[in-house]
Write a protein that binds this ligand. Structure first.
Ligand SMILES: Nc1nc2c(ncn2[C@@H]2O[C@H](COP(=O)(O)OP(=O)(O)OP(=O)(O)O)[C@@H](O)[C@H]2O)c(=O)[nH]1
Ligand SMILES: [Mg+2]
Length: 209
């Protein structure tokens, strides 16, 4: 696991035009409301209160960008984490949701720094249509995706095995990563996937402002 030397909030963008200028590789963290996106982000950043977590779903309303600087032993020095708005939450108004979808889609299509799109799935809910569709769509856009099952601290060993198997079948053989934001289980495996994705992405020339 890398040593996170610095973790800072960069910006919250509610429209594409409001995105900060491109920089280091970006890792997008997506999933249903309450799946544990912000909790995971805080784990990756080793900072408890960096991203706001809550018991009230649907709190994150835009693309929230954080910047991490990693210690010298890590394969890369800088990266950005993007906390995406949660989908599938009924109490969030339809009009609000209709503004997110184009935002997430637009970001995914145009952002060449996007190195990995992480799809979080609550291990107790299992895989639903949204996740399957999102994964397929990312494939057609040639965006690398990683399935991550959250809250596995709530599961027995048998349940974990079954879920792993089901995900392998649903997501074309790609192994899911099982994590717990609570205990930190699986976080090193996710870091490995992040580093691999960052290395695989072709370097993007960034113009100096
Ligand atoms: N047991 C357990 N609870 C978790 C875990 N991860 C998150 N939670 C809890 O789940 C709730 C939602 O977590 P968040 O990280 O705020 O979820 P989110 O996906 O960011 O939610 P939105 O921003 O509303 O879309 C909080 O009460 C967390 O404490 C986990 O790995 N295990
Ligand atoms: Mg959140």
């Amino acid at each position: 696991m890398p040593d996170v030397v610095e973790a800072t909030f960069v910006a919250e963008a509610r429209e594409l035009a409001g995105m900060p200028p491109p920089g280091p590789p970006e890792i997008a963290i997506s999933g249903r409301s309450n799946v544990g996106k912000s909790t995971l982000l805080n784990r990756l950043a080793s900072r408890k209160g960096l991203a706001r977590t809550s018991k009230t779903p649907g709190r994150t309303r835009g693309l929230v960008m954080f910047s991490l600087r990693l210690g010298r032993s890590a394969p890369i020095t800088d990266l950005r984490l993007i906390d995406l708005p949660g989908y599938g939450y009924a109490q969030v108004s339809r009009s609000e949701r209709q503004t997110w979808q184009p935002l997430i889609e637009g970001y995914t299509r145009v952002r060449r720094q996007l190195a990995l799109f992480v799809i979080l799935i609550d291990s107790r809910r299992g895989v639903e249509d949204e996740e399957r569709q999102l994964y397929e769509w990312l494939g057609t856009e040639h965006v690398p995706a990683q399935i991550v099952l959250t809250k596995v601290d709530k599961l027995s060993a048998t349940e974990r095995g079954l879920l792993r198997e089901r995900c392998r079948k649903t997501f074309a053989g790609r192994a899911p990563i099982l994590i717990s934001g609570e205990t930190g289980e699986g976080i090193p495996a996710l870091w490995a996937a992040i580093f691999e994705a960052a290395a695989a992405r072709e370097p993007v020339a960034v113009e100096e402002p």
